[in-house]
Design a binder for this molecule. Structure first.
Ligand code: SAM
Length: 272
């Protein structure tokens, strides 16, 4: 049954405020799950189960599925649809208020999710900064966000640097708005993020790296010597000296730097 019919049968309307655009194309659902390379031993955390369309396919391919959904109105639909599976656990909670370390424990897990677009970055940060971050994430996001995530030096952003520090991102496919009910106003894409087994660059500690990167991106279109001076509370001369030690031209702008160059500034700033 498609999501529209299911919602109508329960007297429900999709809630725009919760980013409720439900996937209804069976081929797309199968392709998303196939791109996650699940095995019967994989534990999956799904965020935003909705009417359970993706959960249903996940249950047939994964060992265990823990599905989070914030909208309790959907509980009867989800229980009806997923009651036949003994490997699905439903939790009604806001992912951003959920302690992932407690929820998933020490076990390795993969995230598969069609998340509300307005909290994509917050969800990524929440999951990637958790002590037990997922091994892999397959997420449906706005195409424009997917392109920002896979950006190369020249078009980098705080989001791209953070996601690429933790994972290797790639776009799996684009999704036409017609595969959702209701249709979103934007084109979507499925991205796959594979967690690095070792950090891709050497820094004394992650917090210092992100303090430097945040400072670098704190003012749009300004030169690094100015953004770092403001963000790291340095004088202009100190910021220029820092960039000299890292062998980076102080006139460059944050979006042109590679991850390795951010790491070089961090090492020059805090030693290591
Ligand atoms: N997975 C379903 C699908 O593919 O059809 C639903 C996708 S819909 C884009 C996003 C879902 O996330 C909605 O069901 C919404 O209620 C839920 N959601 C929104 N904010 C959430 C949050 N903070 N935590 C958990 N779920 C949330």
């Amino acid at each position: 049954m498609n999501p529209k019919t299911m919602l109508e049968a329960h007297g429900l309307e999709p809630r725009k405020s919760l980013g409720q655009n439900f996937l209804h194309d069976p081929n797309v659902l199968e392709k998303i799950v196939a791109s996650a390379d699940l095995t019967p031993g994989t534990t999956v955390l799904e965020i935003g189960a909705g009417t359970g369309a993706l959960t249903d396919v996940l249950a047939r391919h994964a060992g265990r599925v823990l599905a989070l959904e914030v909208d309790e109105r959907l509980e009867p639909i989800l229980r009806d649809r997923l009651g036949i599976y003994d490997n699905v656990q439903l939790e009604f909670a806001d992912v951003l208020q959920t302690d992932v370390a407690t929820l998933m424990g020490d076990q390795p897990y993969v995230v598969v999710a069609n998340v509300p677009y307005y909290i994509t970055s917050a969800i990524l940060r929440h999951l990637l900064e958790a002590p037990n971050r997922p091994r892999r994430l397959v997420m449906t996001v706005q195409l424009e966000v997917a392109e920002r995530i896979i950006a190369r030096p020249g078009d980098m952003s705080l989001l791209a640097v953070s996601v690429q520090y933790y994972t290797r991102p790639k776009i799996v496919m684009r999704l036409n708005p017609a595969v959702f009910y209701p249709r979103p106003d934007v084109t979507s894409a499925v991205i796959r993020l594979d967690a690095h087994s070792e950090p891709p660059v050497q820094v004394p500690d992650e917090a210092s790296l992100f303090a430097v990167v945040r400072a670098g991106f704190s003012q749009k279109r300004k030169q690094l010597k100015n953004t770092l001076a403001a963000g790291l509370r340095l004088s202009n001369d100190e910021a220029v000296a820092l960039l000299d030690r890292a062998e980076i031209d102080p006139r460059r702008r944050a979006e042109t730097l590679s991850l390795e160059e951010w790491a070089a500034i961090t090492r020059a700033h805090v030693g290591g």
